[in-house]
Write a protein that binds this ligand. Structure first.
Ligand code: SF4
Length: 256
């Protein structure tokens, strides 16, 4: 990692070479000229999550496999969606920025999903502290059977596609779409993630706030963000946050 010259007047950038499971990703990351909140850090890295996924897709294609995910297939949007804390605050920011009528619809959809979870045996498991993406996805089959669609799913498409969280960018399959629509029917061949941004964000958050790492189910994001509002408003020097996250993404730290 090295420091680049001014990107625009008064703005610095960091040149990075990120080692992913499918080759290096080189990019210039502008350093915002003001302190950052953790949700802003997450938002700034969503584009990188997509670029890493592009490398993974290219790798699959070279191996003769093609991604079967298509616009209009929202099967995976009925699975449990694990978010890092910064992404939970990011989701709350996105909803708060929506026009009032749309915001009311989305908040009602969150309440519907919440009700479905509360009525199931999963309420307690999802409301407690969940340490890792792996721990949450172990509940995947039970959660999927609830049929609780993501509050952002509209006409089987993502209504916040440009702002969707990292796990939604990383989740791609090469197996038939029907296997996602009916979990347990056949194998689901996931495209291996090049990095797991949500896990790196969770670890960084835990270090900065001096507590254990956790992940938040998307359907709980608004309630969780409200309960942790003060921490979501804290700011850090932008360079400190960028370098901290890049360190968490380094091969020695990550689990992929
Ligand atoms: S945020 Fe979008 S892509 Fe992710 S689960 Fe929800 S609807 Fe699907």
């Amino acid at each position: 990692m090295s420091e680049g010259g001014p990107k625009t007047a008064g703005q610095q950038a960091i040149a990075i070479e990120l080692a992913t499971a499918h080759g290096p990703l080189r990019a210039m990351i502008p350093i915002p000229p003001k302190p950052l909140r953790l949700p802003e850090l997450a938002f700034n890295f969503m584009g990188m999550s997509s670029k890493v996924t592009d490398l993974a897709v290219q790798h699959e294609e070279r191996e003769g496999r093609s991604v079967s995910c298509r616009k209009g297939c929202g099967a995976c949007c009925r699975q449990v969606v694990p978010l890092s804390p910064p992404e939970a605050w990011m989701i709350a920011d996105i909803v708060a920025g929506m026009p009032p009528a749309r915001q009311a619809e989305v908040r009602a959809a969150f309440a519907t999903a919440d009700d479905a979870v509360a009525r199931s045996g999963l309420g307690a498991a999802l409301a407690g502290r969940i340490e890792s993406v792996g721990q949450m996805t172990s509940l995947a089959l039970q959660y999927f059977q609830l049929g609780a669609a993501c509050p952002f799913l509209r006409n089987e498409s993502c209504s916040i596609h440009p702002y969707r969280p990292s796990i939604c960018r990383e989740y791609l399959v090469t197996s038939p779409a029907e296997n996602c629509a009916q979990l347990g029917r056949g194998p689901i061949d996931r495209v291996p993630a090049g990095i797991r941004l949500s896990e790196a964000l969770s670890r960084l958050t835990a270090k900065l706030l001096g507590r254990e790492a956790e992940v938040v189910p998307l359907t709980q994001a608004l309630a969780w963000a409200e309960a942790h509002r003060e921490e979501g408003q804290r700011t850090w020097d932008a360079r400190t946050l960028l370098e901290g996250l890049l360190a968490e993404l380094s091969p020695s730290n990550r689990s992929v």
